[in-house]
Design a protein around this ligand. Structure first.
Ligand SMILES: [Zn+2]
Length: 127
């Protein structure tokens, strides 16, 4: 896919959603999960590029409104890179950490992409 510079700034997020994201990052840290921020806001062109590359599955995304964030477990991101499909690993211990992260997000009221038919393990958005 073309080299795409994705926005990773928390400041690009909707302010109310951003406060939830701060809580997600804080609770994840407390749980011992080290995360990297992969993408916050996208414009419609970036969304189309990601969709064409198979890194997003929807035409319209909450990312375009600053109402979604993609994070990754730091070690998974180091090993697998930005291709989300590669994050769906068979390793049970890794999956358990994604599930822990998802449950933390859900506990603070976010929708977690890990519940979707095509799991998007690092995606959180407003409910
Ligand atoms: Zn996402």
């Amino acid at each position: 896919m073309p080299d795409l510079e994705l926005d990773r700034r928390l400041d690009s997020l909707d302010a109310v959603f951003r406060s939830k994201v701060y809580e997600l990052l804080a609770r994840a840290t407390e749980a011992g999960l080290l995360l990297v921020i992969v993408n916050t806001r996208r414009d419609n062109i970036q969304q189309a590029i990601l969709r064409d590359a198979g890194r997003s599955w929807v035409k319209r995304s909450k990312h375009e409104q600053g109402l979604a964030i993609d994070v990754a477990l730091s070690d998974v991101f180091q090993a697998k890179g930005p291709d989300k499909l590669a994050w769906n690993m068979d390793d049970r211990a890794v999956l358990d950490r994604w599930i822990l992260l998802g449950e933390i997000g859900e506990k603070i009221g976010l929708r977690w992409g890990g519940r979707w038919d095509v799991a998007d393990l690092g995606h959180f958005e407003v409910r």
